[in-house]
Design a protein around this ligand. Sequence first.
Ligand code: ZN
Length: 421
Amino acid sequence: MLKLGSVGSDVAEVQSVLRRMGLDPGAADGEFGPKTQRAVREFQKMFGLTPDGVIGPLTWRILGRYLLGYDIYSVQRGDTFYEIAKKFGADPTLLQAANPGRAPENLMPGTRLNVPYSFDTVATDIPYSYDVLARNVQGLKARYPFLRVGTIGASVLGRTLYVLRMGTGERQVFYNAAHHALEWITSPVLMKFAEEYLKAYALRRQLAGYDVRAMWDECTIWIVPMVNPDGVDLVINGLSPRNPYRDRLIRWNGGSSDFSTDWEANVRGVDLNHNYNAAWRESKQAEAELGITGPGPTRYSGPYPVSEPETRAVVSFTRNHDLRLVMAYHSQGRVIYWNFQNLAPAEAKTIGQSLSRISGYTLDQATGVASYAGYKDWFIQDFRRPGYTIEVGDGKNPLPISQFPQIYGENQGMLLYAATV
Ligand SMILES: [Zn+2]
């Protein structure tokens, strides 16, 4: 139950969705104050519930649909697509897109339709936890059934490593985010991109000048939006009493149970972006010089290359697809890294220059410990194709979600361009 005085990521998610519905819960700060209470009362009135401002099971059942972004409607005799859309404030074209194979003029009573709400699904104003991601993936899949959703494996604690596929074309590209726990803001960047791309496809609209219908047939965009869900959960929601690594995590974190400002690794204290098999020994050596000898918040490359289920899943996914180009999303610095030990093909620099021009980010080569055993390093080394690390935003990790609009604006063009080049 959530009520006045409640705090946490559930409250933030509720605030975010109430705001998208046009109510005014105040800032989506995860604190259930008087403004949020008032907005909950409004919401309850809309659905004929007792307006007590408390989110109990009944209110939650209805609110939960809004968190997912769609309703399920059972067709009545005489219903038309247009009327159903009007009743829910939905776009008729998006309603049809969500229900392929249902003839608009001949709806059978009892048929169940997915009805997308009028607002976007992906939350871009709150800490992006694994639970939010899971709901957003479900919501996008229901609203845009032509989105393919799968899994590349599971994290140490068994969380799903989702993969999204958009398009059917031969040219395949792969974007991933949140190898590093503190850098969870990169996950909604890729999820928002997916939503914009799917919506443009459904509405037959251009996206930033790109013809998405044509792109759909020419390229396949693969997205793994959260490589390190256990780490992200630790940063956003704190250390759960049920976490089997609890005591070790506190020890690895220098005795502190606060993971919100320093933890980049997975739940075994391995820095996933130092765990790939590319100059892994050099990474080990550099680590020793930094005094890192075992699991910890950052930079520990693991007991051996690809020791973690998360990196294993990404490696096997990469090997099983003929990827033309990859981009690994990190924060921060507004920089694009494009090379690894001069193994990148000549075109990688040219493409990098275009990415830099489109985003306003600096094109650079990484040096020192940052230049070993990362995903793009391994990709360049083993495949000799263009691979990039994109460092979004500016400031100290975790970047505040208030930077999201700017970051998304800087990256949408790159995400489109990289799929077509
Ligand atoms: Zn990073």
